[in-house]
Design a binder for this molecule. Structure first.
Ligand SMILES: [Mg+2]
Length: 249
């Protein structure tokens, strides 16, 4: 049994945590860095020579068309959302409009460079060591495909994290409460004593809170997406996974 102490922006939070559910992308794995790696290759091949790498990366991650979110609502396939995002990116930075055949070639290169960039954050294994030492059960709940995430976790050395729920489990993702509750069910723990940690304050921390878990926003310095300015009410905010351990007392 571990006491949760109030975190930044959530002075009234309190309770007990004895299980942890984890987001994968930009929480355990530096997906932003991998996208940067892939997008630099794309920029060199397809975009205006003067395209600012930071703006290209921000454009991709912000997904202002909301295509990835539509995918997690079950409205678009993974391919459909990524092709729309690729064409949006090209429209913004001088690349050609792509039909299906052109996109297939684009995506082969993008995916290869994206995978080559996968790397775990240094604090990920340290957190898992700590949870293992304390006997706190944990697992992943992600808005990507389960098999793909198993491959990703394995390739960054985090195969000990059980992949519990993906966007394929119910055909929808966070913030739908079902995915958080299914994670708890699979760990055989109650939502009220479970924390969910993710890098998005709304769909991760806010969604977990709405499902009855303790929602924790991992706000890594310098990595915010557009629109992510503050912790949702009734959630906690931390700046590294090491802070989660401190939060747990
Ligand atoms: Mg994430």
């Amino acid at each position: 049994m571990i006491e949760v102490k109030p975190g930044v922006g959530a002075p009234t939070m309190g309770g007990v945590i004895n299980a942890v559910l984890l987001d994968i992308d930009d929480t355990l794995v530096d997906t932003r860095g991998a996208f940067r790696h892939a997008l630099m290759e794309v920029a060199a091949e397809y975009l205006d020579a003067g395209a600012d790498p930071e703006l290209v990366l921000a454009h991709w991650r912000d997904d202002r068309g909301g295509w990835y979110r539509a995918h997690t609502r079950g409205e678009l396939t993974h391919r459909e959302q990524r092709m729309r995002r690729a064409n949006d990116l090209h429209a913004a930075f001088g690349g050609p409009s792509m039909d299906d055949a052109a996109y297939d070639v684009w995506d082969e290169g993008f995916e290869r460079h994206f995978r080559a960039g996968w790397l775990a954050f240094d604090d990920a294994a340290e957190l898992l060591d700590e949870l293992d030492a304390r006997g706190v059960p944990y697992g992943a709940v992600s808005n990507a495909d389960s098999a793909y995430q198993v491959l990703k976790l394995s390739s960054v050395g985090l195969q000990r994290v059980p992949m519990l729920v993906g966007v394929d489990t119910f055909g929808v993702g966070k913030p739908d409460p079902r995915v958080f509750l299914e994670g708890c069910r699979l760990l055989a723990v109650e939502p009220g004593v479970t924390a969910y940690v993710g890098d998005e304050p709304d769909i991760d921390a806010g969604g977990a809170r709405d499902a009855g878990l303790t929602g924790v926003w991992l706000d890594r310095p310098g990595t915010r997406r557009a629109g992510h300015h503050e912790a949702a009410e009734g959630t906690l905010r931390i700046e590294s996974l090491a802070d989660l351990t401190a939060l747990m007392g």
